[in-house]
Design a protein. Structure first.
Length: 295
């Protein structure tokens, strides 16, 4: 896991206007991300609309992504499901195609207790052939992984990563301090990326990288490699209006796909239950895109 660092683009799943998967645009998009210098790719996460995909489609997108990446960067595959055995099935599939790990949220819509969260990760870590990412996102799961539960999970075999998406920089800092020697800590909140890298996060599960991969890589390099925090802060302030649109509007998917369509990547089509971008958010997005060089 020593090679896991930097900007991991958590990619959208492009669809044709009829709702079928647009593999041509997925290929074009992945190749652009790689040329832009991202450090990793994460298909079929929430940004990839996993709930709108069948299990077989999720496997197909993961396989296609692995072929497109062709070993250039690590790939961590989303394996989230309310059903633990589906998560295990997807984890085994990801292992069979050469992925570097799997991202797994405590089962959504279940509201598990802390004991149940621990047992959930214990069950999966015992069956997954790949390192597992603990995904702390109380907004998606309905329950936060407590610091105490996280420490216990970090002791399990085959646990590799943490995606911290609570939006609480104190939680991320505590996680770096308490489990950073066992898990690679990822920023999982778009509008806390600067703060997260400064406080010791090794990587960013990055939605913005779909739209502005080179800019995200620049931010990482300025903070982590060059220690130019003032210059990095200037870049980050250019990013923040778009990062806040992603985090705060409830239209993350619409924002990303509309911005990509404007760049010539795909049709902007989403699957149910997602609907097209609202007029208010579209106007604000296009205004923001004109104000900074998102590349």
């Amino acid at each position: 896991m020593n090679n896991i660092h930097g900007i991991f683009a958590v990619t959208v799943t492009h669809f044709n206007q009829d709702g079928s998967i647009d593999y041509g645009t997925i290929s074009k998009h992945i190749q652009w991300l790689l040329k832009s210098g991202v450090h990793g790719i994460m298909p079929v996460g929430a940004t990839g609309e996993w709930p709108a995909l069948s299990t077989e489609e999720r496997k197909q997108v993961a396989e296609f992504t692995m072929k497109e990446v062709n070993g250039k960067v690590p790939v961590i595959v989303g394996a989230i499901s309310p059903n633990v055995d589906v998560s295990v099935e997807l984890s085994k599939h990801a292992g069979s195609i050469g992925a570097a790990g799997v991202m797994i949220l405590p089962p959504p819509a279940v509201h598990p207790s802390q004991h149940e969260i621990y047992e959930f990760y214990k069950y999966i870590s015992g069956k997954s052939p790949l390192p597992v990412m603990v995904y702390n996102n109380p907004g998606s799961c309905g329950v936060a992984v407590s610091p105490e539960t996280l420490v216990k999970c970090a002791q399990l075999p085959n646990m590799g990563f943490l995606k911290e998406s609570s939006g609480d920089i104190m939680r991320l800092t505590r996680s770096v301090d308490e489990v950073g020697d066992k898990l690679v800590v990822f920023c999982g909140c778009e509008s806390l990326a600067y703060e997260s890298f400064v406080m010791g996060a090794k990587a960013w599960v990055c939605v913005l990288a779909n739209i502005a991969p080179a800019m995200c890589v620049k931010l990482y390099n300025l903070i982590v490699k060059e220690h130019k925090l003032d210059e990095a802060r200037q870049v980050y302030r250019q990013m923040l209006p778009l990062l806040r649109l992603l985090e705060d509007t409830g239209e993350l998917w619409q924002v990303v796909k509309h911005a990509l369509a404007l760049k010539g990547f795909g049709t902007g089509t989403l699957r149910m239950p997602r609907q097209p971008i609202s007029e208010e958010v579209r106007v604000e997005l296009e205004k923001v895109l004109k104000q900074a060089d998102f590349c």
